[in-house]
Design a protein around this ligand. Structure first.
Ligand code: NOJ
Ligand code: CA
Length: 557
């Protein structure tokens, strides 16, 4: 715990994105309206009422664009069209209108680092000659070696295997290579090309004109690449990634991205209403990330420092201090997040103490299984701890139901490219993407009328169906609703932050937000709550004490 102790002043009456709770919808797994086993936009529209009841402020939709679906739609073939799997552009408009009528804002995913190989830009590039303007949309390079048979540099893919694929030229001969930081079906765009920049400005306007409230931006820290695409200096240690404190490799957080974000911010601000962009930026330390959320760049970025803290009191303490220090320094809200479609669900993650690597790689039937009871207890406590923090909070579909990860999914169902690209060594992220259970009595637990489901649901999801939990005041769903409603009533999202002396870890962490004390017990000893009024607790308080792995919101008597 070597950080300075943070303090944060309230930001009452500010824009929604500074304090809102944003709920991530993974469309293919949310709700299926036409029985094909794949969630769709109509399904979302039909179920929006339940999100209003939950008490969230906005939704963020993962991609629903035209796509061959090699990476769950993060391989976009047309940024301005809806994939027939999910419906039509009319369905989108109708869903948006319904959301707005319920007071729910809608953010959509923008995937600017790469396209699908089926995108017309890439198809045109393939048919054009080396050095042509069409190839300049992407990073095409001649290979090394006598006949260009070796990849142009040592980069590897985030999903495993090489980051380069060689193409056949028009005459059928083996030709240039293109770079893809993810799957070979996801070629990286060349962001130093003004044509690419202009094309994306039009894409932003297309969706802003339709009325979206903002964008979640995929992999923005990979968009700019260092001139000449030099080797990754320590690829053997870091693989595709980077190591904090070492020089940043040529594909991660290059300074050339900033003018692009400034232009996007100008575009958003030229529209009425508070439109906002959240960057999925892995940029460390957060003092560097703060440059990304200066007043004329992103409105906010995901705080993966908090997610990566793995519910370790010392890491959390540091993460929170670092967050307020960095983001307050530039006037941006901190965000808080524990789950998304790329990491193991927090109930299972905390029930097995899985490290960050396992969390993003998923867990399969042959690996140690989590303790789901312990996991739920910690997860509820962690959520309550998170929701009391001022700033914007992100929650991921299904966490309000206490869903565990599907950790026994059979390999034959796996679709995440990570699984195939690593020869099964990493099982990938399918386990957190399993379709939601809505209604216990119907097939595929209410996900789809026909009982179809693109990934099988584990048996445990039956009892966790929303319809079951809605009737039960002691359910995880009721707990989330109560916490979200109190957060709103007490305006904690716009509130203040000060650590509470005596709760600076490692046995407990406690902070005060606008007169409300939030305490989480990490230690073996019970904590006496004295005469303070309990506003909400993650587990029932017995005998006036906070037990290990419980969290409570208190008001001093
Ligand atoms: C981050 C997304 O969240 C993830 O699902 C995707 O695979 C990669 N970016 C590549 O787009
Ligand atoms: Ca469907």
């Amino acid at each position: 715990m070597d950080q300075a102790i943070a303090s944060h002043k309230a930001t009452r009456g500010s824009q929604w994105w500074r304090s809102g709770v944003i709920y991530q919808i993974y469309p293919r797994s949310f709700a299926d309206s036409n029985g094909d086993g794949i969630g769709d936009l109509k399904g979302i529209e039909q179920r929006l009422d339940s999100l209003e009841k939950l008490g969230i402020d906005a939704v963020w939709l993962s991609p629903f664009y035209l796509s061959p679906q090699k990476d769950g739609g993060y391989d976009v073939a047309d940024y301005c069209d809806v994939d027939p799997l999910f419906g039509t552009i009319k369905d989108f408009d109708s869903m948006l209108e319904k959301a707005h009528s319920l007071g729910i804002r809608v953010m959509i995913d923008l995937v600017p680092n790469h396209t699908s190989d089926q995108h017309q830009w890439f198809q045109k590039a393939l048919k054009s000659s080396p050095g042509s303007p069409e190839r300049e949309f992407y990073h095409f390079k001649d290979g090394l070696g006598e006949n260009g048979e070796l990849p142009p540099n040592n980069w590897v893919s985030m999903f495993g295997g090489p980051a380069w694929t060689r193409v056949k030229e028009k005459d059928g001969s083996l030709g240039q290579w293109y770079v893809h930081l993810f799957d070979s079906s996801q070629p990286d765009l060349n962001w130093s090309n003004e044509k690419v920049q202009e094309a994306f400005e039009e894409i932003l306007k297309f969706w802003l004109d339709r009325g979206v409230d903002g964008f979640r931006v995929d992999q923005p820290h990979a968009m700019a690449k260092a001139e000449g695409l030099p080797d990754h200096p320590y690829v053997a240690e870091a693989g595709a990634g980077f190591i904090e404190g070492r020089e940043n490799p040529p594909m991660w957080f290059q300074d050339e991205v900033h003018p692009i974000f400034r232009r996007w911010r100008e575009i958003l601000e030229s529209y009425e209403g508070d439109r906002a962009m959240c960057g999925e930026a892995y940029v460390y330390p957060l003092s560097l990330m703060a440059k990304w959320v200066r007043p004329d760049e992103f409105h906010q970025t995901f705080n993966f420092r908090f997610l990566d803290a793995g519910w370790d009191p010392s890491k959390l303490f540091d993460a929170i201090n670092e967050s307020f220090e960095a983001f307050d320094g530039v006037g941006a809200p901190s965000t808080w997040v524990l789950n998304n479609h790329d990491v193991m669900r927090h109930r299972s993650r905390f029930g097995g103490n899985y490290g960050r690597a396992t969390a993003s790689d998923g867990v399969g039937p042959n690996q140690p299984q989590p303790d789901n009871e312990l996991g739920l207890k910690i997860a509820k406590g962690a959520t309550l701890f998170m929701l009391g923090l001022p700033g914007a909070s992100y929650i991921y579909q299904g966490e309000e139901l206490g869903l565990p990860e599907h950790t026994t999914l059979e390999n034959k169902f796996r679709q995440d490219p990570t699984f195939a690209r690593t020869g099964g060594q990493r099982v990938g992220r399918d386990g957190c993407r399993v379709p939601l259970p809505w209604d216990k009595t119907s097939s595929s637990i209410g996900f789809s009328e026909t009982g179809k489901s693109w990934l099988p649901q584990p048996e445990s999801y039956g009892l966790l169906a929303r319809s079951v939990q809605e009737k039960d005041e002691s359910s995880t769903l009721s707990f989330y609703r109560q916490a979200l409603s109190l957060r709103k009533e007490l305006a904690l999202g716009e509130g203040s932050f000060d650590w509470v002396p005596g709760h600076l870890g490692p046995d407990s962490l406690g902070y005060e937000n606008s007169g409300v004390q939030v305490i989480y017990n990490f230690g073996q000893e019970d904590i006496d709550l004295g005469s303070a009024e309990v506003l909400i607790s993650s587990e029932p308080i017995v005998g006036g004490v906070l037990e290990k792995n419980q969290c409570v919101w208190l008001r001093n008597a």
